[in-house]
Design a protein around this ligand. Structure first.
Ligand code: BES
Ligand code: ZN
Ligand code: ZN
Length: 507
């Protein structure tokens, strides 16, 4: 999809559909709002008639499609709810709803009338970025294995009109930047959606190298032999049951500011999580191809960081392995020794994410001495139970980092909820035979005991752990409750959030 700005009035140009936002109207009779007079004119007063019949109410998600009598395409009105509570997320969802509604209706080019989306709370640059998010993410589909599909919207134009024409160059710049970010997000979805027969640890390593070449990142891949030399017993243990050996992948972006700090972004990259010897049940097991979503988010974040030249130096680490049962598989009762020397008693081979992260975190903290570490992992089903599947859980040992991420969450609409970490949880991960155990004797607080485990590998470095088990992917039954810009499958959750943090939170 191509996205651009145009100084003209939306209805003076000819797109297949021109979309305007409508705020929710009150109960008492009111005339058509002045901002919609142009729409009324373009539809030969059809809109005014629909308004008088109260057919257009402006309720959230309401879609009205009117054809222009002059044959120059359609006028689309998208309800966005009451004006005082309308925000960037509202614009994101409205744009996605409109794009989805137009799919398969022969609309190749779609225009948005920017001024109808701008309010006191939503200035023009925020609105333009949010509409771009909604249009581009809302139109996304994973089509690699489809042989037929309905025609998609190819071109989206933001019409500035008289109201915003003077801001053209600033708004064009804002949009171009957002498009760079969105391309990284869509690419992340494409990679995360790949099945495990294709996206093996080694394939992800090759993909990281391709990214490195294109964006000037230094990429280092540690294969199983190298990991052996480095004493990375965690990632080797998890990968030992698979025909596809594990890879630890490190990507370095050198930073846009001269005296910037170093932020490490670490992702869980389980290309398939069968549970291993502690085998998972069959129902929806295929969704465990999404267990690499944290590592895929790292790829996307590094691409966006390089494309947008964010100030800090960013070290991306992807801990990639396939968790399979097999003759060589690690088993409950085993003890593995990790990169930083700590030993782990394996009590459940399905709690493998924290085990691969132990080496990745231990390595990046020792080798790069980052100022901050952020990890993203589809780590626990417990997080989905606690927060639902649209929200990530956050555990952090640093209030400033946590607040920076919460601010980025509010700006991007990727929801995050901070959770506690106390000595109670730390006590639960202690082992009788090793330093720690990978699953606890009693089930409560699964998100927090997982975090207590990871804490052993970050030392004193300010750290935030994002458990993205819920929002990393959607399936047909959860999809309808998700924002309209999330398609079925991988969402690339975390790419917009962490990139936003790197852009302006991490100072
Ligand atoms: N990959 C799963 C977590 C998961 C569950 C992600 C649902 C997405 C959706 C993880 O490796 C896992 O199996 N965790 C176990 C941990 C337990 C054995 C301590 C879990 O959550 O049950
Ligand atoms: Zn697992
Ligand atoms: Zn897993």
């Amino acid at each position: 999809m191509k996205l651009g700005v145009d100084r003209r009035e939306a209805h003076a140009a000819s797109t297949d559909a021109a979309v305007s936002a409508v705020f929710e109207r009150g109960e008492k009779e009111e005339a058509l709002p002045r901002v919609l007079v142009r729409e009324d004119q373009a539809t030969g007063k059809l809109l005014g008639q629909a308004w008088a019949r109260r057919e257009v109410k402006g309720k959230k998600g309401e879609i009205t499609v009117l054809h222009r009598p002059d044959g120059k395409g359609r006028v689309v009105l998208i309800g966005v709810g009451p004006k005082p509570t309308f925000d960037a997320e509202g614009a994101r969802r409205a744009a996605a709803t409109a794009i989805r509604a137009l799919k398969g209706r022969g609309a190749r080019s779609v225009g948005f009338r920017l001024s109808t989306f701008v309010t006191e709370r939503v200035p023009s640059d925020i609105a333009i970025r949010a509409i771009a998010d909604g249009a581009s993410l809302g139109a996304y589909e994973f089509l690699k294995y489809k042989t037929t599909h309905e025609g998609a919207v190819e071109e989206v134009t933001l019409y500035l009109g008289d109201e915003h024409g003077r801001e053209e160059s600033a708004l064009k710049k804002a949009l171009d930047q957002q498009v760079e970010l969105l391309e990284a997000v869509l690419w992340t979805r494409d990679v995360a959606n790949l099945p495990a027969d294709t996206a093996t640890p080694d394939w992800l390593a090759e993909e990281a190298k391709r990214l490195g070449k294109e964006y000037g990142l230094k990429v280092t891949v540690f294969d199983e032999k190298k990991l052996e030399e480095m004493h990375c017993g965690g990632i080797l243990g998890v990968g030992s049951g698979s025909a596809h050996p594990p890879r630890l992948i490190v990507l370095e972006y050198s930073g846009g500011a001269r005296s910037g700090k170093t932020v490490a972004v670490v992702g869980k990259g389980i290309t398939f999580d069968s549970g291993g010897i502690s085998l998972k049940p069959a129902l929806r097991m295929g969704d465990m191809k999404f267990d690499k979503s944290g590592a895929c988010a790292v790829l996307g974040i590094l691409r966006a960081a390089a494309a947008l030249k964010v100030p800090p130096r960013v070290i991306g680490v992807m801990a990639c392995a396939e968790n399979m049962p097999g003759g060589g598989a690690y088993r409950p009762g085993d003890v593995v020794r990790t990169y930083n020397g700590k030993t782990i008693e394996i009590t459940n081979t399905d709690a493998e994410g924290r085990v691969v992260l132990s080496d990745a975190l231990g390595y990046v903290v020792e080798k790069y001495r980052p100022d901050e570490v952020i990890d993203l992992a589809t780590l626990t089903g417990a997080c989905v139970v606690a927060l639902g599947d649209d929200m990530a859980g956050m555990v952090s040992t640093d209030d400033k980092l946590a607040q920076g991420l919460l601010d980025a969450s509010a700006a991007t609409g990727e929801p995050l909820w901070r959770m506690p970490l106390t000595d109670y949880h730390r006590e639960l991960v202690k082992s009788d035979v090793a330093e720690i155990r990978n699953s606890t004797e009693i089930p409560p607080a699964g998100v927090l005991t997982a975090a207590a485990f990871l804490e052993h590998f970050v030392g004193k470095t300010p750290w935030a752990h994002l458990d993205i088990a819920g929002p990393a992917s959607t399936n047909p039954s959860t999809r309808k409750f998700q924002p309209p810009y999330q398609n079925i499958g991988a969402t690339a959750f975390g790419v917009r959030l962490v990139t936003r943090y790197l852009q302006d939170g991490s100072r």
